[in-house]
Ligand binder design. Structure first.
Ligand SMILES: Nc1ncnc2c1ncn2[C@@H]1O[C@H](COP(=O)(O)OP(=O)(O)OP(=O)(O)O)[C@@H](O)[C@H]1O
Ligand SMILES: [Mg+2]
Length: 255
């Protein structure tokens, strides 16, 4: 029997490492034998594909526009056409698929389109154990309901006091939107050894990812960050995070 996939949304302030952590999570799940993973780039300034080392031909945003303005092929209704195009827009790679949401073009009502897209996502979902969604800074997607309700929300933050306000703001919005408190976790990123991470209250971070020169070099060389050497500190930390998430997903009976 096919199981419901376990959906993880990665949020956080701009530049905290959402895309880096998302791509390393995808890589880790594959290593753990959980392929295929669905990676969703929900950031309009999408760059998850670069972190994963694949090319995106088109985004769902542009496809959505086209699927609703163009004449559809004879013998196909619009519904089927959108589904068909959705499959086409999906990037299939070794161990994972990638869907880039992009930016919806034009204006007008997308309610019908959005419903269809959610349905396509649902249809797709059946194939995957884990879905990793890299979101834009802020909580736009979750508040608009575009990505539905994730099984887990990770808030990526720097481990200093500066991140505290964003952590509590995102927590607050997510809770208001009906996400249970126990599904929200903090990931400290770019932790420098010798420093003490800030206290985030009654709950400890689910992972602390070190500041890693390999991540920086990959960035400078425009090399896919998910492919940094297996012994790199950031990769080891995210792999441990993936194992933790998998254990939690299994407890829930999905993933
Ligand atoms: N653990 C790390 N060690 C070293 N550098 C890191 C680490 N994590 C992220 N970085 C660097 O920090 C920068 C921002 O990372 P990233 O693009 O993943 O953040 P983001 O939250 O997705 O940003 P945006 O909000 O622009 O989408 C990049 O230059 C990246 O290489
Ligand atoms: Mg990003």
């Amino acid at each position: 029997m096919l199981q419901k996939p376990f959906t993880i949304a990665i949020s956080g302030k701009g530049g905290t490492g959402k895309t880096t952590i998302s791509s390393l999570l995808v890589r880790s799940f594959i290593e753990l034998g959980e392929a295929p993973v669905l990676a969703v780039d929900a950031d309009p300034n999408a760059n998850l594909h670069e972190a994963l080392g694949v090319t995106v031909r088109e985004t769902l945003g542009s496809m959505r526009e086209e699927a609703f303005t163009r004449t559809i092929p004879p013998g196909m209704n619009r519904h089927d056409y959108v589904k068909y195009r959705f499959r086409q827009a999906l990037v299939e790679a070794e161990g994972f698929d990638l869907a880039a949401m992009g930016r919806p073009e034009g204006s007008g009502c997308y309610c019908f389109a959005n419903d269809l897209l959610s349905e396509c996502m649902l249809n797709l979902e059946r194939d995957y154990h884990f879905i990793v969604i890299d979101t834009e800074a802020g909580m736009e997607h979750i508040s608009r309901g575009t990505i539905g309700k994730p099984d887990m929300l990770l808030i990526v933050s720097d481990p200093g006091a500066r991140g505290l306000r964003t952590i509590s703001r995102i927590r607050e919005i997510a809770t208001q939107l009906g996400l249970e408190k126990e599904k929200i976790h903090v990931v400290f990123n770019q932790y420098k050894s010798g420093t003490a991470p800030v206290d985030i209250g009654d709950e400890s971070p689910i992972a602390i990812v070190p500041d890693d020169p390999a991540v920086e070099s990959a960035d400078l060389a425009a090399y896919p960050v998910s492919l940094i050497p297996a012994g790199s500190p950031a990769r080891i930390a995210v792999r441990a995070l993936a194992e933790k998430i998998r254990a939690m997903a299994r407890e829930k009976g999905s993933g």
